[in-house]
Design a protein around this ligand. Sequence first.
Ligand SMILES: Nc1ncnc2c1ncn2[C@@H]1O[C@H](COP(=O)(O)OP(=O)(O)OP(=O)(O)O)[C@@H](O)[C@H]1O
Length: 262
Amino acid sequence: MTVDETEQPLLIAEGLSKYYGRQLGCRDASFELYEGEVMAVVGESGSGKSTLLQLLSGQNEPSAGRVLYRMRDGSVADLWSLSEPMRRLLYRTDWGFVHQDPQMGLRMGVSAGGNVGERLMAVGWRNYGDIRNVAADWLGRVEIPEERIDDTPRTYSGGMRQRLQIARNLVTSPRLIFMDEPTGGLDVSVQARLLDLLRRIVSEMRLAAIVVTHDLAVARLLSNRIMVMKGGTVIEQGLTDQVLDDPHEPYTQLLVSSILPA
Ligand SMILES: Nc1ncnc2c1ncn2[C@@H]1O[C@H](COP(=O)(O)OP(=O)(O)OP(=O)(O)O)[C@@H](O)[C@H]1O
């Protein structure tokens, strides 16, 4: 993926910090994300990855710093200066969030078609036939057999649930998607298929994405850029291939050597 340098960033993080009381969550994180760019956030458990994702996606208010987002009309909004309804609208339209646990991102008692269709209804779709057709099309895109459209995700495997969560998130054509360990907890072969699918869809839709993962192989496969966190601080960032092939920080070297076989 090449980034058009004349473009304006889609999202800018400026000096983001979060303290939970006296406990540091993350400190002074800054970066720019462009349309179509995928950034991975990696680091060991407790390094601040989820905290950063929550700050970026408006789920948790930063103690310092700000998140600027370029809206579809070209205006740039400070996330925490937007009204709550505006932030909710962003969630329904421009953003998606893929949780590690599909139960957090799906309505488990609602049919698969309903799970996807609900997002369309939230942005004003009303015609049942149209909603069902688009939902069926999206189930196909995420490789869920059409005959399973009326089944609830309770009857789905872990991999299918995750693919359904992706369809539910992408049906409204968001520009930015947040993913928290999207392949966590799945078997290796299921992970590989899901990663392949994610990579294809992200590139076809020219989606921008921020992916939190502790798995460097996931970062390598999905992302153009990478941020390495340790103890709440971003210690190294850059192009994924460069950082993983030639890490500068001793901690990144350790991470690479212990997880990626030479
Ligand atoms: N709600 C909270 N209250 C107090 N401390 C918190 C809270 N959430 C996170 N922290 C602390 O902030 C630091 C960063 O945690 P965070 O969950 O962001 O790390 P992480 O890299 O996502 O870890 P993991 O991979 O285990 O999910 C940790 O020290 C954690 O204990």
